[in-house]
Design a binder for this molecule. Sequence first.
Ligand code: 6GU
Length: 234
Amino acid sequence: MRIDLVTIFPPLVAGAFEQSIIKRARDRGIVEIHVNDLREYATDRHRTVDDYPYGGGAGMVMKPEPWFRAVEHLREQGHPGPCVLLTPQGRRLDQALVRRLAAEDRLIILCGRYEGVDERVREHLADIEVSIGDYVLSGGEPAAVVLTDAVVRLQPGALGSSESTVEESFSEGLLEYPQYTRPPEFRGWRVPDVLLSGDHGAVERWRREQQQHRTRRRRPDLLQEQGDVSEATS
Ligand code: 6GU
């Protein structure tokens, strides 16, 4: 898979792709990540990427021309893939959407700034608008890091076998069970006896119960969605 990001702050995202699982996936050739500077596609000497809003009002609006030039340039290099605009007005990211995007051969990810992007970019350039949650970021860059991480870890071979289990649990629509390591007692807080019992069946049952209990208490909406899915497929 190839992912191209377009941003006015390349260093803000580039560092995140040089560590840990994403770095390893890049080194293994599982994913190719390119961070593109929007200013390189500006059309004037001052490399202007924003301008005053028509109709007045506070803040600046990102001009359309650099975005179109950047995406058209990237598309000329082949492998068309969806163009994702990151904006708080987008569809909220969840694991189902991550899976869909992870199945593409190529993604182009545009990092908008919070004040706004010219509407023609949304309407005629972006294939999908995505938000990572109901809160305000100054720009799409942190969201691009989140999206890229979630997509890369689903690429075949990106995860070691020990890293892949968490995904499975979330994909089943449940939160993870509580995890413990040594020591068996820390400041008077003991590891649950069942985990020390050596009874694998009992451990399995306990973990399953914990997952369900936790999900019901903390994220009842996930159980709801699970119901929706099974209703939709039955
Ligand atoms: Cl994608 N952009 C901005 N600016 N804020 C956000 C967001 C994106 N997702 C959640 N908040």
